[in-house]
Ligand binder design. Sequence first.
Ligand code: XMP
Ligand code: MG
Length: 179
Amino acid sequence: MKIQIDDKTFEPFIPEAKILERVAEVANQITEDYRDRKPLIIGVLSGSFLFLADLVKQITPPTEISFVKIASYDGERSTGKLKVQLGLYSDLTDRHVIVVEDIVDTGHTLQFLLEMIYAEKPASVQVCSLLYKPAACGLSFKELSYIGFEIPSEFVLGYGLDYKGRGRNLRDIYRLAPN
Ligand code: XMP
Ligand code: MG
């Protein structure tokens, strides 16, 4: 079923069942890779909150969870301006960090965040993103080892992602539909 938010119409794209199936696969991969290390998971607020919650429940090595909040988006378009709204508050020195993102689009947010993280001298850094838009991302990240779904360069929302602050609580992921 299509949904309307403000001036935009969105159509179903990735159903909840498919999301959860993929989240379980990614969690298993992380569990296996971090069998001998205790990772520090850093969730990027706000968009990653549902993904992070479903993911960490299925990761079995002991983990610590921390958050950052970086705002980069204004409605449907990246403003290019990044603002740290909640900074890194855990000690990252010598830690095995896993950054959990909702989406890597242009990659600017991730690049900015990785610089902040490396400045703290972690032992290792990997990135886990639910969604990745390869055609929109002009940057390549060696850290981006865990990807839920590669998607075309279309605006999406639901399962944590918003349009003008709305749609985060939708169980499925939707994409912008022609009006
Ligand atoms: P960049 O372009 O810096 O984007 O990689 C990163 C942040 O921008 C938000 N973003 C989106 N939010 N639908 C959304 O609801 C999208 O299609 C979308 N693309 C980017 C998101 O917060 C991400 O962390
Ligand atoms: Mg985000």
